[in-house]
Design a protein around this ligand. Sequence first.
Ligand code: FES
Length: 181
Amino acid sequence: MQLVEGEREEILACVKEVLGNNSKTRENLIPILQQVQKKLGYLPALAMEKIAEGVSVPAVDIYGLTTFYNQFRLNPPGKHQVKVCLGTACYMVGGDITLESFERRMEIKEGETSPDRRYSLDRVACVGCCTLAPVVVVDDQVEGKVTPTRVDGIMLALEENGESPGEQKSGTEEDGNNGEN
Ligand code: FES
């Protein structure tokens, strides 16, 4: 993904700081990657290249690690982060169809961020609201019973207002069945 203005400098400074605070050994790769991700919100390719140089390991080893462990995020978080639950209860009532609906609407795949960084889409395990399945977390707001129709409503709210549906004062959801009191 293309870097935004000033991001290159931010990445270089972050990697330099983290490498300065850790011994540059292969054994420390995971903590180094974790610290960089914590600061930047994700692991840009440039950061991985610089870490590889700093620790003197092939860049391919870093890519291997970050793709093996799903704790690592290779795309920047979007302004709006949509997380679709694919835990058992949600999956059983169509969570995968909900995810596909978001993928179509956002024109990205699960795990990706839209080129303008407006949206990121991820799958998550059970978020503890199984009675509301299928569940989606839009930014920090839990949305329940998210059928493809509700996906349209959620996306419209995000597109038109730039807000998560739960942030709106006057509801625009047609079925009012989103688990809010
Ligand atoms: S399985 Fe989705 S909230 Fe529990």
